[in-house]
Design a protein around this ligand. Sequence first.
Ligand SMILES: C[S@@+](CC[C@H](N)C(=O)[O-])C[C@H]1O[C@@H](n2cnc3c(N)ncnc32)[C@H](O)[C@@H]1O
Length: 377
Amino acid sequence: MAPGASLAEESELSRLVGREWLELTGIADGFEERIHEADEMFLTARRAEQANVGRSRLQYYRDGHEVVASLNNLLDATGRSFRSCGRILEMACGFGRVTRHLVREIPPECITAVEIIEPAVDFVADTFGVDARRSCTDPVDFDLGEEFDLIVVSSLFSHLPRARFGEWLEALYAALTPRGMLVFSTHGAGVLPEVPKDPSGFTFIPQSESLGLDGEEYGSTFVDQGVVDVIAREHGVAHLVSLERELWMLQDVHVASKQPVRGIERWRHVSFVQGVVDRMIVRDGAFHVDGWAADTRPEVPMSGVKLLLDGREVAMIPVGNQRIDVARVKGRPDWLQSGWALEGRVPEVEPGRHLLAAQGISATGASGVLDIVAVDL
Ligand SMILES: C[S@@+](CC[C@H](N)C(=O)[O-])C[C@H]1O[C@@H](n2cnc3c(N)ncnc32)[C@H](O)[C@@H]1O
């Protein structure tokens, strides 16, 4: 398929909601919105959409954005920035869920993106202008002929069997400059408690969201932090620092380096607003909205939840209602007061379709769009 070919089955609503998310997040200008029809990350978001009509782009953009926010936070803590990094390798870039956010931080000429799926390599090269290369299953054949100050690998190690896990770790580590950082993510053993885990601390199930890749090479992996440490040592990694559930509150993030990274002891979870709109009901000119919102960092209070109609503020809703369910399910006792709710009249607008959004804002200034729904007024 040619780059930019349209997603024929995608709903117009998803495009509208995606565009509104970009606007509210402040990154709409120049943002690349083309998505390849075989993009598994997008197709996964679209499958989830069945319960949540129109949210596939919102989910897809937000997940990619969170990776780059998390990297910025790490770079900040270590006194670095994307621009100070020189060359960056994005390993296993897929069809560019993260790449489209990376190219906003650093010129595409500074990025090498690697993928095993050939159409993804072509799409990422043509769409984002990065140096895109084809990867291989066995890293013995992997040599890009250069070294990188930052290597980013989101959601590849969460799919590799144990032997490949170690081999890829070693190969990517070898591609680091002496001061470089290899940042990779894994699923901890506590993720999906309903899936039985191997007592060894390393569980590999030969099944994934991929329709094309061999399940024995690309499945679903859950690994204890202690086992990541052991594998890293076995493969010559000199320094490894990790943060549990740093990505999407789900995946652990690890930083491997050849030299100790100055400032890494200051690295904490990225400040990110999480939350959900449980109900957003509009009827006869009146609305009722409620949900929860919280900052991912411990004990950071919320400033409130902004309710917006077509991007214009309608109300600022205080956060503080008790949500025992959220505290319990998320394992965050500090999120006990994360509930919010409001009823009111919708402002007068032209009759037709409008977008109502809820955006959580925390005391650190971090914000996150909780949801956007289309309403006919
Ligand atoms: C879960 S997706 C994540 C994609 C992207 N990093 C993101 O976060 O959106 C994992 C990607 O790894 C790719 N992959 C699997 N094995 C690979 C390999 N040996 N080399 C490069 N990419 C690989 C898959 O094709 C898939 O696109």
